[in-house]
Design a protein. Structure first.
Length: 63
């Protein structure tokens, strides 16, 4: 699977953002372009990490 990573610089905040277009919400940011790309790679790994099984309703307790 090929994914596009869009990296942009915001001149007002002097920060970088990195977004995977094919994965809504899979994005990151950083103070440098390299940091933003590195953070985006970590976000990508977490995106594909399996979610934990939900607890049965009878094990959920509120206060």
């Amino acid at each position: 699977m090929k994914l596009r990573l869009v990296v942009e610089h915001d001149a007002m905040t002097n920060r970088w953002s990195a977004v995977f277009l094919e994965l809504p919400g899979c994005a990151s940011a950083g103070d440098t372009e390299e940091e933003a790309v590195g953070n985006a790679r970590e976000a990508l790994e977490l995106w594909f990490e399996p979610s934990p099984e939900p607890l049965p309703w009878f094990q959920i307790r509120g206060r």
